[in-house]
Design a protein around this ligand. Sequence first.
Ligand code: 13P
Length: 342
Amino acid sequence: MSAQELEATAKALVAEGKGILAADESDPTIEKRFKSIDIESTEENRRSYRQMLFTTPGLEEFISGVILFDETMRQSTDEGAPFPELLASKGIIPGIKVDKGAKALAGFPGEKVTEGLDGLRARLESYRELGARFTKWRAVIEIDEALPTDYCIDANAHALARYAALSAEAGLVPIVEPEVLMDGTHSIDRCYEVTARTLSRLFSQLLEHRVLLEGLLLKTNMVLSGTEAAQRAGVEEVASVTVRCLRSTVPAAVPGVVFLSGGQTDEQATAHLSAMNRLGGNPWELSFSYGRALQAPALKAWKGDRSNIEAGQQALAHRARCNGAARYGEYSEEMEQQAPAA
Ligand code: 13P
């Protein structure tokens, strides 16, 4: 694929009024999500749940792409349509999580580095054949009094850049995701400092690895107070501090920043995105690539029961619509009153 094609796909993923649905939970993660509704994580339950999400009527109005997990990439609808084909037929771009998870970083207690580079070139080729047009790799950075170390930030930035170079080579738009976790008692200033350090090291590695910035997307955390902080910043502060952090670290060549929700409530994640887009004047699109903040109400409405499929789809469509409005800075709390009854 040419550079122009990578750029066109990256741009399409952050098209006006749309964002990405992250449905790439690994087996242990989906098991955790299913446990919350008392459902066993069997292959068939995972397939039925994802089928419900992907066949939501009108999903393509607000969703530009869906990130899948390896198993889901190979699964099909009841009628036998492979999920990547089903999505593409709706005008939704299929993508795939290609990392193998964050593992303990030897010599650095409490810190992690994401694995999955070995054999990646061959895996990327097979995902492209299965219909993927973009990929995702997530690195995890934890904050406490002494962490993160520069070494942890560098090791993860290096792996992200090596992954991104391979993904672009395979003609797949890389979504580089360094996630600074919100767990902890830290202040929003501390989150700013760690996020800025992480992003500036990441972009310096991406440039050193000769990765085309116009053909990738950044998926990152918002700059937030820790979940257990004594004082937590409000919506307007989160929006202005996050945008300030991005402006000082993310090159204007990058077409878009897509946020993860990372444990924020559904409504918070939407309100923060909307407030950032109200500020305006940024060189990149500011969009969403939410997992929990799009899926949580759908999962709750579904409860693993076929008779609840419509309710689950309505719940997903509602969140997608709210986040679509947030892309224009036009989300309001009143929109929540149109939510389907739980
Ligand atoms: P959350 O929005 O639930 O954080 O998930 C997004 C994601 O893809 C994390 O890798």
